[in-house]
Design a protein around this ligand. Structure first.
Ligand code: GLN
Length: 485
């Protein structure tokens, strides 16, 4: 095995004994990026100098015996996380020259532990999309098949793990942006419960839905990363004051006696037969491990996509009002007056999908339409939340596909936004309900594209989620397959 292929826990074991230095591991990752980045385009910014400095500092720390599980580990981050002194764009032209003066809380937490920052990863512009095709910085390709999308919006994060260009990554998930790309690239991805992780310094898309989470090579790495980023942050009032368990401690507790719900509304007609087959096999695996299955209903599932696209766009229209060319970001330099400057800067700075969403959101919030759209959507959101509360009265976990089909082709849905929006049908309800969900590798299509299994946990039930994911991983080999790139 090459150093760039190792998981966090495997590399940590080698760093600890001194068999390998962080400088060597980092060099291996940077060489790997050089070798494959042309084919994948996972990165917006690569930071080799910063990385080598971080690695040398980590090696000093290791030599001094001040090591932690993340010390010396090469990490790449979605370009939505503010990184002090390193350009952060959210894949938009409007932030194309923005260099933040501070780190997001999750970045600061990782840096304190001594990680090595490799670079910033591609995504859909402002995290609006399911395919990483809306980035101002170009399309990221799926390492399993370059004609296909890697998923989105955290497509760079998932592609970079599948192409082995970083040991681990972080993404964000507003309607599926961690779980869907993880599924399409054969990685592990976890969207924590709303409030579990601080969003301070994370460029906001839809503030009542956004959460930060890991995209990793395996479940153990996912547990390590969640433990590192979770917890209350005085700088984010939506983060919750609950203790952070050591998620790695309970991984091996098994699933015997666990009750898993299968929601009728997720096993529907349009489900790709190969995805359905992977789900059936996963259910059989879990049964063999002693889990019990119960059919459940989440009756308001049909309304989730419409509800999401009203709430998310309304919040986005408000969050994106700050990009006006005045204090930071792109500014049109030929404008004749203030209004002209605002209009031209925003017109030239935002891409088509972002503009579409600002317009939908502004419309939904405007007087006369607010009650009919936004308020109504909030009420339906409550019904969707109640569906989950009722379900978790009966079961410990819910099992579903992550997506109705494996990764679609690049360009397949760009001219039909509604088709793109509908592809998130299985991930969006989890964000509306505010609970946690995870994607784990569960098979491959006949074309060789990965298929993901979604596990949904009750609020703050990440330990159960990870434990069930680990049991599956220990009894399957899907996570061991590697994209040939
Ligand atoms: N695809 C969904 C959207 O476009 C979700 C994106 C996300 O989770 N950031 O809004």
């Amino acid at each position: 095995m090459q150093l760039y292929e190792l998981t966090i826990h495997e590399l940590h074991a080698k760093l600890k004994t001194g068999e390998v230095s962080s400088v060597e591991a980092t060099r291996s990752i940077l060489d790997r990026i050089d070798a494959v980045e042309d084919k994948v385009h996972a990165f917006i910014t690569i930071t080799p100098e910063e990385a080598m400095q971080n690695a040398a500092a980590a090696d000093k720390r290791i030599a001094a015996g001040e090591m932690d599980i993340l010390t010396g580990i090469p990490v790449a981050l979605k370009d939505i996380f503010l990184t002090s002194g390193i350009r952060t764009t959210s894949a938009s032209r409007i932030l194309g020259n923005f260099i933040p003066p501070y780190d997001a809380t999750v970045v600061a937490k990782l840096r304190e532990r001594g990680i090595v920052l490799i670079g910033k990863l591609n995504q859909d512009e402002f995290a609006m999309g399911s395919s990483t095709e809306s980035s101002y910085f170009g399309v990221t390709r799926n390492p399993w098949n370059a004609d296909h999308i890697p998923g989105g919006s955290s497509g760079g994060s998932a592609a970079c793990i599948a192409a082995r260009q970083a040991t681990t990554t972080l993404g964000t998930d507003t309607g599926g942006s961690i779980r869907q790309p993880a599924a399409h690239c054969g990685c592990v991805g976890l969207k924590p419960t709303y409030g579990r992780v601080s969003r301070y310094g994370v460029i906001a898309y839809a503030s009542s839905l956004d959460q930060v989470g890991p995209i990793t090579r395996d479940v153990t790495d996912c547990a390590i990363m969640l433990g590192a980023i979770a917890g209350h942050d005085p700088k984010d009032s939506t983060s919750v004051e609950l203790p952070v368990p050591d998620y790695t401690q309970t991984l091996a507790n098994g699933v015997k006696g666990l009750r898993i719900g299968l929601p009728r509304e997720y096993f529907i007609e349009g489900l790709d037969p190969e995805v359905k087959k992977a789900m059936d096999e996963a259910i059989a695996t879990y049964k063999g491990l002693g889990a019990e299955f119960v059919e459940i209903s989440l009756p308001h599932t049909d309304y989730a996509v419409a509800t999401y696209y009203l709430i998310a766009t309304a919040e986005a229209s408000s969050n994106l009002a700050r990009y006006d060319g005045v204090r930071f970001g792109y500014r049109n330099s030929d404008a004749k007056g203030l209004l002209d400057m605002y209009m031209l800067s925003r017109d030239e700075g935002f891409g088509a999908e972002v503009k579409r969403r600002i317009m939908i959101g502004t419309y939904a919030l405007s007087s006369g339409y607010y009650d009919a759209y936004y308020l109504k959507a909030q009420k339906v959101r409550t019904l969707i939340m109640e569906d989950f509360t009722r379900a978790f009265g009966k079961v410990d976990l819910i099992l579903t596909p992550v997506t109705p089909t494996p990764a679609f082709r690049i360009g397949e849905k760009t001219s039909d936004p509604l088709q793109m929006y509908l592809s998130d049908i299985f991930t969006i309800p989890v964000n509306l309900a505010g609970t946690c969900g995870m994607s784990i590798p569960a098979g491959f299509s006949s074309e060789g594209l990965p298929i993901g299994l979604q596990l949904i946990g009750s609020p703050f039930g990440e330990e159960t989620l990870l434990r069930a994911a680990y049991a599956f991983e220990q009894n399957t080999l899907w996570h061991k397959r590697k994209a040939k790139i």
